[in-house]
Write a protein that binds this ligand. Sequence first.
Ligand SMILES: Cc1cc2nc3c(=O)[nH]c(=O)nc-3n(C[C@H](O)[C@H](O)[C@H](O)COP(=O)(O)OP(=O)(O)OC[C@H]3O[C@@H](n4cnc5c(N)ncnc54)[C@H](O)[C@@H]3O)c2cc1C
Length: 414
Amino acid sequence: MKRYSAFALVREALNDHKGWSRAWADAQPKDRYDVIFVGAGGHGLATAYYLGKRFGITNVAILEKGWLGGGNTGRNTTIIRSNYLQDPSAAIYEKARDLYEGLSQDLNYNVMFSPRGVLMLAQTHHEVRGYQRTAHANRLQGVETEFVGPERVKEIVPIIRLDGPRYPVLGGLWQARGGTARHDAVAWGYARACSAMGMDIIQNCEVTGVRSEAGKVTGVDTTRGAIGCGKLGMVVAGHAGVLAQMAGFRLPVESVALQALVSEPIKPCMDVVVMANTVHGYMSQSDKGEMVIGGGADGFNNYTQRGSFQHIEETVRALIETFPMVSRLKMLRQWGGIVDMTGDRSPILSKTPLEGCFVNCGWGTGGFKAIPGSGWGFAELMAKGQAPLCDAFSLDRFREGRFIDESVAAGVAH
Ligand SMILES: Cc1cc2nc3c(=O)[nH]c(=O)nc-3n(C[C@H](O)[C@H](O)[C@H](O)COP(=O)(O)OP(=O)(O)OC[C@H]3O[C@@H](n4cnc5c(N)ncnc54)[C@H](O)[C@@H]3O)c2cc1C
């Protein structure tokens, strides 16, 4: 792989840009790999990358039924923050946020990480107490956040209306080093680095069955034939339940559509991410000037990867209370992704009842921010059988009642 650099740019400019190589190879499936990942989203690709980088395991295939990054990784609103309440969550999300800070350099690929700050509005007294509690917990966990009053909120977001008709802004949880990154670039950057290590990224290859012998995984059936493996990582977000069924066990996850929309591009008016969880709406401004808007998940289980008119109306109506300027915006497009929700709103990073088969899912509405941390920890779990970042997120917790309750931090938020 040729490194991207200012020097390479000049060289290619003088060469009519004829010398660039493909970012990743178009691989054909081999008969067998040491490790197979199902799902070329951010979590699958990041895990493969850290498996190679940290543990030297590179005989790896990443199988994707569509195109890489075409699932939730390419459909999300890119909010990155680590202000969760429970210690295991703070640890994995803060590890991810920390890795995001240096990810462009690490991958030699510009993921456009923008630590512009994330503000979660407190619009009820219940939320004020909840966010003050989170700020205290974060201080103990070494995560930099603070609870700020309404005057500071207005300084951070001048276009906000503090005295909305239903829910006045009473303060907010502010994480100055939270922000956004370019979602496709995260997937593309990891894919390029995996390919450079000799891993095979195989697109248009749907896994249709899981093979096993004597309780141990041996391979998968795909639309491009059977492929053997020593270990299997299932990283398919909203389709985790479908894959688990193929492997012969059940997961405590529900799949629902989560939707988002963007407006026409306008002049820069808001340089932070703002989330209003009481009314279910959040917004940031993309580099192109579009207002990127998201709301709550659908209230019923479904696998429809698209938006609905009713969702636009609900989300926009909610946001207009605090951002009257939204009423004058034209909306350009909307979309949906299938997210996988657990009862405690925390992910599952775990071994499974099938030996050699591991599952990474349950990130629900908020897994983009976790991609580097999840990949870092899940790679260790797959290589060594245990990993400090993942151990609390095992499947056993649902049987043993060790829930990691993030319903406030992640229930409706991102
Ligand atoms: C509208 C929306 C907004 C969001 N906003 C945010 C946000 O602001 N911040 C945040 O942190 N998170 C957000 N999220 C959540 C985040 O996008 C996800 O948690 C994260 O992208 C999950 O990544 P993944 O790699 O696990 O899954 P995905 O990116 O969905 O990748 C899984 C892949 O598996 C493939 N696959 C499925 N079944 C098979 C099969 N049988 N064979 C082969 N391949 C298969 C799929 O095609 C897919 O490409 C949002 C999600 C949505 C939908």
